[in-house]
Design a protein around this ligand. Structure first.
Ligand code: PMP
Length: 282
């Protein structure tokens, strides 16, 4: 396994960045998580577009062209020897001084890691998971737009800790108005009376690439979907619920805050969507 840092490749134990890097000091940077399926990078263009948009929003100039970045990603995959895996692409503000001023960082740091990832136990993909609603609210867009996929995940980490303390693997985060935004590292969908629902990005959801792929897959199988405002009540009374994410893929949810979803088993439409998604990645 080799890790790319600023054009050079390092072994995992030798891959290091400066303790003065503002990515470490302030979470000042952006990232992407991307899947590698059977030697093919899933939705690389969409991930690079989101990375570039996140960087633009925080006034960070990525020191590579799109073509150079794609090439670096492919070369790192080749060096990893993996056919299936997970790619973590990180661009930090770079090395600066101990103040917060990003202008003291002349050169962003680019890191590419290719590794395996397993977010949830395999058995949960059949059995589903139980989740809770965290009391930690999603940071509102007027403080830090959740569309920016930044290295600042403390808000999500706090909600994840709530999940762990409640004996769950994931937590729903509401926005400041009490509408459902997303989970700590996944988007959320529910199904009611045959219609698929997911929160609008204006409610604080990341514009997930798996989320988009699911919306497209649903359309292909003739399913109606709505991107809208969702309340905890809508989720509690849903027929089915599932989470989506690059690392999570599609995870059925069978209980939320102690309420069984549907009959408390992963739903049939969720299974159809899982199947459509498998076709897509295959
Ligand atoms: N929301 C958050 C907060 C995330 O970190 C992720 C994972 N990147 C997602 C949603 C899912 O997005 P994607 O499908 O693009 O991985």
């Amino acid at each position: 396994m080799k890790i790319y840092i600023d054009g050079e490749y390092f072994d995992k134990d030798e891959a290091r960045i400066s303790v003065y890097d503002h990515g470490l000091l302030y979470g000042d940077g952006v990232f992407e998580g991307i899947r590698l399926y059977n030697n093919r990078v899933f939705k690389l263009e969409a991930h690079l577009e989101r990375l570039w948009n996140s960087a633009k929003a925080i006034l960070l100039a990525i020191p590579l062209s799109l073509a150079q970045m794609s090439e670096a990603v492919l070369k790192t995959i080749e060096k990893s020897g993996l056919k299936d895996g997970y790619i973590r692409l990180i661009v930090t503000r770079g090395k600066g001084d101990l103040g917060i001023n990003p202008m003291t960082c002349p050169k962003p740091t680019v890191i590419i890691i290719v590794d395996k990832i397993s977010l949830y136990p395999e058995e949960n993909y059949q059995k589903g998971i139980k989740i809770i609603t965290a009391s930690t609210r999603r940071i509102s867009a007027d403080a830090l737009d959740p569309k920016i996929k930044s290295l600042n995940y403390l808000n999500n980490v706090l909600a994840k800790l709530e999940a762990i303390h409640a004996g769950c693997l994931e937590a729903i985060m509401l926005n400041h108005e009490g509408h459902v935004a997303e989970c700590t590292g996944d988007n959320i969908f529910h199904i009611k009376n045959g219609i698929l629902y997911t929160p609008d990005p204006s409610c604080g959801a990341l514009q997930g690439i798996t989320r988009q792929a699911v919306l497209e897959a649903a359309e292909k199988i003739g399913m109606k979907s709505e991107v809208t405002r969702i309340t905890p009540y809508d989720l509690y009374t849903a027929d089915e619920c599932f989470l989506t994410g690059t690392a999570a893929e599609i995870m059925p949810v069978v209980s939320i805050d102690g309420r069984s979803i549907g009959n408390g088993q992963p739903g049939g439409i969720t299974a159809d969507i899982q199947e459509a998604f498998l076709k897509l990645i295959g």
